[in-house]
Design a protein around this ligand. Sequence first.
Ligand SMILES: [Fe+2]
Length: 350
Amino acid sequence: MRLVPVEDIKPEMKLAKSIYHNNNILLNTGVKNLHRYKDRLKNIGINYVYVEDKYSTDIKVDYVIKSELREKGQKKIRSFMEDIRFNKSINVSQIKDTVSDIVDDILNNSDNIIVNMLDIKNFDDYTYEHSVNVAVYSIILGKSLNYNVRDLNKLGVGAILHDIGKILIPPEILFKEGKLNDEEYQIVKDHSELGYDYIKDAREISPVSKAAILSHHERLDGSGYPRRKSGDELHDFAKIVAITDVYDALTSDRTYRKRWPVHEAISYIMSNSDQKFDNYFVDKFVRNLAIYPNGTMVRLSNGQKAIVKEQNSNYPTRPILRIVEDAEGNEMVETMDLLNNLNIVIDEVY
Ligand SMILES: [Fe+2]
């Protein structure tokens, strides 16, 4: 399968991965004549879909965790946040169980790499999907730091709950299209303190998980918020979630901008490491990342268009490709290993 922008869907493509909207299946795997749904998908904010076509039948896309688990995680975090909105008592054990399942899934999968999980994103569900993504990325990073299961669970709980305070921000501000004014931006910034206030007395949540909720927007140099903490004042979990949060936000489509390609998000984070982000964690994170995940469509420096077919382990910028178009735009089908073609680089990601 491969990932295509919705506007590039062709009649011969069929859907390779179900599309969910508001936790319901909108389109099932295998749906044909996908092009008929283009406008509808665009309207609800879905910009990319996984498809099967003649170029991509043998391309395997990696999943970081089982998709059922991801959907379950989104449901749980949604109902948790709705309880907060309606000022009900919160059910921490459901969140803990979900995180524990995610940790198990990640630990049982021997070599997890972080691939951006953008396929079913849409605006309404953004916060829930984002919460689960940040938890998954943080747990994978924690695994590579050799954290034990208990710490992975605490990190995962902090990560999945990091943005719970957003439910207390007026939706007209949170989902405003276009730029926020200063006053609105200040209100949005309150979410970390609001979220922390809501759960600070919950004894079932570890203080280190709470640190991630309160301090995920703090930056190493003290330039973050809400309390302008810096350096050693920040718990490692807050430093980790700061990185995974920004990474997922940048690589997601938002109402006001399109997602950034993975390599651009990485260079943004790397260029800010040591000032804003912890260098050591950034380095570990980047080593676990698939820069060009399988199924991604790319343009090469020689003008050819290709689909990423397979990764070359230890060489994340030089995957094996399926060339589908020559520089003049004519169809061609050929396999190319970028490790054997060092004069060619990936120039652009679609
Ligand atoms: Fe946040």
